[in-house]
Design a protein around this ligand. Structure first.
Ligand SMILES: C[S@@+](CC[C@H](N)C(=O)[O-])C[C@H]1O[C@@H](n2cnc3c(N)ncnc32)[C@H](O)[C@@H]1O
Length: 322
């Protein structure tokens, strides 16, 4: 008789990913998606209000100013799906505008139950919008939305906040291609990308004076302590943000202040950190406009329209699946 299939629980998957990342030869790494537990999602909301972090305000200025223009490119019978919606606050401008023409369903896809709950609450007052939250990974959620499509219905995918930049090139183009494979020709993707800007401004955005981004980053170690029975001493690690000129991304790391050993019991792992050694926890790639064009074309999309925020260089691109 065949052995029963092992079902990977989220806790086992978390332990396996942490274990693989901390045993990586060379640079230790942790997947950035694990930054978003309950506390992490709340801290991210605070980050988006910080004076140094202009990205969210730029994205929202564009969505608010151009929601009508965006609507003119989108067929009336549309289902709207958002990858990593977070609180969904900025999405209000798109949903209010589109739903004035016709009732629509909105599917926020989130790995964080906390973010999804905030998103439902934040947007539930918009008339003529049905909200169907999906607590899933991006592509699993998008597959589920696509399976619910009625004949002739159009899909608009929102991928805002430059979350695409968390995929280091060429993984960003590969991820967009995976989205394209789930869509049909003529479907749309509204993509937010943060553009290149002076390095000191970028570093400040990821290393704010209040230390909120530091808390967001260190919370990943606190989460491993809570969920995997580990003994990271948080005061023995520090948050750093640095610009990688080779890849043109801002990297967040956690640097060990001394040589130390940490036990992660539920992952059956003991890890040693040298003094000054870092764990790479997030990448935020900064794009040129030419690079955005190349990336979307390589992924099978055509750029139909684009809006740029000049105050905090940021591009909102409306793409069509070819
Ligand atoms: C950088 S935040 C952006 C939130 C929001 N879109 C914005 O622009 O402010 C990324 C969001 O994606 C979610 N997320 C990260 N990785 C994910 C994954 N693999 N699948 C689904 N959601 C994910 C996080 O929980 C978080 O809310």
């Amino acid at each position: 008789m065949p052995a029963p299939a092992l079902v990977e629980s989220p806790a086992n998957q978390f332990a396996a990913d942490i274990s693989a990342g901390l045993q990586k030869a060379g640079q230790k790494e942790l997947p950035s998606k694990y930054l978003y537990d309950t506390l992490g999602s709340k801290l991210f909301e605070v980050i988006s209000e910080l004076p140094e972090y202009g990205l969210t305000r730029a994205d929202e200025r564009l969505l608010r100013a151009y929601a009508h223009e965006i609507m003119h490119h989108i067929p009336r019978d549309v289902m709207v799906c958002e990858l990593g919606s977070g609180s969904g606050r900025k999405t209000r401008w798109i949903l209010e505008t589109l739903s004035r023409r016709r009732r629509l369903d909105y599917f926020p896809i989130e790995i964080s139950a906390t973010a999804l709950a905030v998103c439902r609450r934040e947007l539930s007052d918009i008339e003529s919008v049905g909200i169907v939250g999906l607590e899933r990974e991006y592509l699993d959620g998008l597959l589920e939305v696509a399976a619910r499509r009625r004949d002739g219905q159009h899909i608009l995918v929102l991928f805002l906040g430059s979350t695409i930049g968390n995929f280091s090139p060429p993984a960003d183009a590969n991820f967009l291609h995976e989205i394209r494979m789930i869509l049909q020709p003529g479907d749309s993707l509204l993509l937010g990308t943060d553009l290149e800007k002076p390095i000191p401004q970028l570093i400040d955005a990821y290393q704010d004076a209040l230390g909120v981004t530091a808390a967001f980053n260190l919370n990943l170690l606190a989460r491993i302590n809570r969920e995997l029975d580990a003994d990271f001493a948080l005061e023995q690690f520090e948050h750093i943000a640095k610009f990688n000129a080779g890849t043109r991304g801002v990297e967040m790391h956690l640097r060990s202040k001394l040589r130390q050993t940490v036990a992660i019991r539920r992952a059956n792992l003991v890890v040693t950190f040298e003094e000054g050694e870092t764990i790479w926890t997030e990448n935020s790639h900064k794009y040129s406009l030419a690079e955005v064009s190349r990336m979307v074309e390589a992924a099978g999309f055509r750029c139909q329209a684009q809006w740029i925020d000049r105050e905090w260089p940021f591009a909102e691109s409306l793409l069509v699946a070819e």
